[in-house]
Design a protein around this ligand. Structure first.
Ligand SMILES: Cc1cc2nc3c(=O)[nH]c(=O)nc-3n(C[C@H](O)[C@H](O)[C@H](O)COP(=O)(O)O)c2cc1C
Length: 186
């Protein structure tokens, strides 16, 4: 029998990821409530009606509020966990308390999940606001202390617009041979 394999790169191939796939309605509601609580603690009690539709930031915030209020309606809430590991640049004498999750390895894994979802026509949003209540969520799911709950990805078929996204054009961000030189060599 063959199993689906994880694919992402990681330092010394440590593969420090693990996943909690949440489909149970009551458990999704618990996650949504914790996320929404954290969202309000971070950004205040904003309602969609207060937010403008004619600016990019207004539209992003509206989408973020809508997600915070309705995340539990997504068929799957995927938590990507990362094993804790001190970054090598943290000196031994500074390694006190819990190590952070190995973000450098978890984010390529998360990006692969986002790309795979898009290729399948699934909507998936990278979110992190659950981390404000990470300890409570970890306890509810029985996630051992050696893992952090790095990213929460609601996944489902999108209802609305799912077109191409806009980002800063690469030529504005690419420096040729020396910082500040944005003109490509001929
Ligand atoms: C590290 C990181 C953390 C993020 N956390 C959240 C989050 O908690 N909630 C959310 O709605 N979006 C979150 N996002 C998504 C960004 O807000 C989103 O990618 C950005 O606004 C661009 O929007 P778009 O991808 O829909 O074009 C996060 C993205 C990154 C890379």
């Amino acid at each position: 029998m063959s199993y689906p394999r994880t694919q992402a790169p990681s330092g010394v191939n440590s593969q420090p990821w693990a996943f909690v796939a949440v489909q149970d309605p009551a458990t999704k509601k618990f996650l949504q409530e914790k996320y929404h609580q954290g969202f309000r603690e971070r950004l205040g009690d904003v309602s969609i009606e207060q937010l403008p539709t004619d600016t990019s930031i207004g539209r992003s915030m509206r989408a973020a509020v809508e997600l915070a209020e309705n995340m539990h309606e997504a068929p799957l809430l995927l938590i990507v966990c990362g094993k804790r590991d001190w970054p090598y640049q943290t000196l031994l004498e500074n390694r006190t308390g819990k190590a952070p999750p190995n973000y450098g390895a978890i984010y390529p894994c998360v990006q692969n999940i986002l790309l795979a979802c898009r290729a399948l026509g699934l909507g998936a949003s990278l979110t992190t606001t659950h981390r404000i209540h990470e300890a409570e969520i970890a306890e509810r799911f029985g996630v051992p202390d050696e893992y952090g709950l790095v990213v929460l990805i609601p996944i489902g078929y999108p209802k609305g617009k799912f077109g191409p996204i806009t980002r800063i054009p690469a030529p504005k961000l690419t420096h040729y041979d020396h910082w500040g030189n944005l003109t490509p060599p001929t």
